[in-house]
Design a protein around this ligand. Structure first.
Ligand code: SAM
Length: 134
């Protein structure tokens, strides 16, 4: 398990799941992680270790399935994104989680920009809210 400080562990139970364990756990529900409209809510999402991998898996499925059409890729990538929710207590983790999810988004925005959306990437991305403060 990964930690930022002993204080945060004791105050908020903050320990981060290592990538190999995230992968192994998501493999237990592989089909769901690759189904574009399956919904995931992580009630203590931290910096998004699970949410980011879920989004990456869904986007990989989009890329495989909609090779031919930019419009469809953009459309289904957004659908995948809209099915992912997180709740987190600490502001810095929320910011990190958002940034980490945004890091996965350029693929989506590129597809959308090539087709329907005239907004520049940051505007387009910031319109979507990924994590809620509790
Ligand atoms: C064990 S960590 C898990 C982080 C992430 N899910 C992971 O596996 O890497 C628990 C997270 O829950 C957050 N947390 C603690 N109390 C919470 C509460 N009452 N509501 C929402 N989040 C909370 C902490 O800030 C911390 O980021």
């Amino acid at each position: 398990m990964l930690v930022k400080s002993k204080q945060r562990v004791s105050d908020h139970g903050e320990v981060f799941t290592p990538p190999w364990m995230v992968e192994a756990m998501l493999d237990l529900v592989r089909a769901e992680t690759e189904r574009l409209d399956s919904r995931f809510l992580e009630p203590a999402c931290g910096s998004g270790n699970f949410l980011v991998r879920i989004l990456q898996r869904k986007l990989a499925a989009v890329e495989l399935k909609y090779v031919q059409s930019d419009f469809e890729r953009g459309h289904y990538a957004l659908l995948a994104l809209m099915c992912i929710y997180g709740i987190e207590l600490l502001h810095d983790n929320i910011a990190e989680c958002r940034a980490n999810l945004l890091g996965v988004l350029p693929t989506i925005c590129a597809s959308i920009n090539r087709t329907a959306c005239a907004a520049p990437h940051p505007t387009c991305c910031h319109k979507t809210s990924f994590t809620a403060m509790r």
